[in-house]
Design a protein around this ligand. Structure first.
Ligand SMILES: *[C@@H]1O[C@H](CO)[C@@H](O)[C@H](O)[C@H]1NC(C)=O
Ligand SMILES: *[C@@H]1O[C@H](CO)[C@@H](O)[C@H](O)[C@H]1NC(C)=O
Ligand SMILES: *[C@@H]1O[C@H](CO)[C@@H](O)[C@H](O)[C@H]1NC(C)=O
Ligand SMILES: *[C@@H]1O[C@H](CO)[C@@H](O)[C@H](O)[C@H]1NC(C)=O
Ligand SMILES: *[C@@H]1O[C@H](CO)[C@@H](O)[C@H](O)[C@H]1NC(C)=O
Ligand SMILES: *[C@@H]1O[C@H](CO)[C@@H](O)[C@H](O)[C@H]1NC(C)=O
Length: 505
């Protein structure tokens, strides 16, 4: 990137033609929308401005290009991928819109998988701990996933079958070795591995138990195994992949030697069960705060074992196990999601992997392989927010986050302040540090202002794929002064002439 290019882009931003597309400096494309809604509120409805201060002196975390990743649940292998068509251009385009990204293939079913890759394989399969529904990962399925991953540019993390056990209770890695050999023979690139999914709830899910000490030993076995394959020698391992912030299973694993092997301490999070269909919980600050408390606990537990160890939220969504029909696939799902991203960024989480790409009511794609609202929110987040994270403080009941803006999209030195408004009235922010700064705004609302809409509007324009391609996601210029955001909305405000020194790094 050269300064000249940046200057060109800045001037184009000023005339409103720069867009949040992947062709970052291709500012020539003008979008042609026909319908325009008037979502911006009337001034007389707006209450007292909330004053927000951003501590620009200090970065509290770093958002990398891989900060947000995505999963596919191993249950889909069992279901022969249901209707997910990996060869569909539309599916591939949506996947590419999330690249670069970690892609985790794992979940409860991953522990019950047998890799059946070679003819006549498995004369005596190892003991499988617990009761389970047996399923096979065939060569064909493994090929499909690896080819798709390569095609769309995702970085695969695979969850290995921890329930295969030797008589002495240790992990039996024979089948994993077969998978690695098969993959190495085909030059498959695998970025990282996990061993087992949510071992803290094995009892409930598999009628089996595994101690933190044993899992820590097993993960060391995995490290030794990987070191025998030049292709996977430098692949990382994350763990323990716990379902909850259970101290014994999370911290216990790290303290038992797990922290010396894993590249990141990983845990999962869902707010509550699918059975509660109350929509208002999706916009409730108390729901959001419940995660903040868990995050504090997880960070404390990790730091007490190893202050340097990164923390990953390696599987997460709103409610478990499948999401709430007609709620978690609607615009309203984004409140908990955007808040989770903001909290993770602020509190030092390195990577957040979203459950999931396809297959559930909270997926990025609906069963017809069309984008749900959280897909658009995630794409926009990945495009706009990148680099140092700043602490923004305002009022506790109003969520505001700040970071550097992605310098592939906006001039280096730019800052983005993002906020969610879960209320049915507009909100006004006074940002004294940016009072006179020109800014670009991306405001997402449910189509027609409906928080239960299946569709998302960007600055009042409905977002849809056009011939299976993503449209441009253009920001719009807004005048200096206070920032007013619509009811039920997510808004990213980029101040592109701020020249913040930390945002040049
Ligand atoms: C898995 O593969 C084995 C060996 O080929 C076969 O005997 C078994 O029936 C398969 N199981 C399922 C659930 O497909
Ligand atoms: C894998 O890579 C090696 C070295 O680059 C090459 O010789 C081999 O043909 C590749 N194998 C396959 C199956 O692509
Ligand atoms: C759970 O495991 C125990 C001991 O292995 C066994 O006796 C019991 O039948 C199992 N329960 C189920 C529901 O499979
Ligand atoms: C979700 O909405 C669809 C279409 O509006 C309806 O047919 C279906 O019954 C709803 N499902 C639930 C669980 O409310
Ligand atoms: C969504 O939830 C409904 C009701 O719980 C369920 O029947 C349906 O299978 C779910 N759909 C998906 C795609 O998970
Ligand atoms: C952000 O600032 C607030 C208020 O000064 C402080 O309480 C909080 O600990 C800070 N958070 C981080 C992550 O630095």
């Amino acid at each position: 990137m050269t300064v000249t290019v940046r200057e060109t882009c800045t001037s184009l931003i000023l005339i409103g033609l720069c867009s949040a597309s992947r062709q970052v400096y291709d500012c020539s494309q003008q979008h042609s929308y026909t319908e325009e809604e008037h979502i911006f509120p009337r001034d007389d409805l707006v209450g007292e401005p909330v004053t927000v201060l951003v501590n620009l002196q200090q970065s509290v975390n770093q958002i990398s290009s891989h900060f947000v990743g995505v999963t596919i649940d191993a249950a889909l292998i069992h279901d022969k991928w249901r209707k997910l068509d990996f060869s569909s251009k539309r599916v591939q385009n949506m996947a590419k819109a999330l690249t670069p990204s970690f892609f985790r293939l794992g979940g409860t079913s991953a522990d019950s998988l047998t890799y059946v890759l070679y003819n006549g394989q498995n004369s005596t399969p190892p003991t499988q701990l617990g009761s389970h529904v047996p399923a096979n990962l065939t060569a064909e399925a493994w090929e499909t996933i690896n080819e798709f991953t390569k095609e769309v540019g995702w970085d695969l993390i695979f969850d290995l079958n921890a329930l295969k056990r030797n008589a002495d209770g240790s992990w039996n890695h024979d089948n994993a070795r077969q998978l690695l050999q098969f993959s190495a023979d085909r030059n498959y690139t695998i970025a990282g591995f996990e061993l087992g999914n949510e071992y803290d709830i094995y009892e409930r899910k598999h009628n089996a138990t595994l101690s933190p000490r044993q899992l820590a030993k097993d993960v060391m076995t995995l490290q030794t195994l990987l070191s025998q394959f030049p292709q996977y020698y430098s692949a990382f391992i994350i763990g323990p992949e716990t379902a909850t912030d259970n101290q014994q299973c999370f911290q216990g694993f790290l303290a038992a030697g797990g922290s010396k092997v894993v590249s990141a301490a990983s845990f999962h999070h869902y707010y509550y069960s699918d059975e509660d269909e109350d929509v208002s919980r999706f916009t409730d600050i108390k729901t959001m705060d419940s995660f903040d408390h868990i995050l504090d606990h997880v960070m404390d537990m990790t730091r007490s074992v190893n202050p340097q160890l990164p923390v990953w939220l390696s599987e997460t969504s709103c409610t478990y196990d499948h999401g709430v029909a007609n709620v978690s696939d609607r615009f309203v799902a984004g409140f908990l999601w955007l808040d989770k991203l903001g909290l993770c960024a602020l509190n030092g989480v390195q990577t957040v992997i979203r459950q999931d790409f396809y297959g559930n009511n909270y997926s990025f794609l609906n069963p017809q392989q069309e984008p749900n609202p959280d897909f658009w929110l995630t794409v926009l987040y990945k495009r706009i927010v990148r680099g140092a994270v700043f602490n923004a403080t305002g009022r506790h009941d109003v969520r505001v986050y700040a970071a550097c803006a992605n310098s592939f999209l906006l001039p280096a030195g730019s800052v983005v302040v993002y906020t969610l408004n879960p209320d049915d009235y507009p909100l006004t922010f006074d940002l004294p540090q940016f009072q006179t700064q020109p800014r670009m705004l991306w405001s997402l609302t449910g189509w027609g202002g409906d928080r239960l809409s299946k569709y998302t509007s960007l600055n009042g324009v409905k977002l849809e794929l056009v011939n299976d391609e993503l449209p441009d996601l253009p920001g719009k210029l807004a005048p200096p002064g206070v920032v007013t955001v619509p009811p039920y909305s997510f808004t990213f405000v980029a101040f592109y002439e701020t020249s913040i020194s930390i945002c040049y790094e």
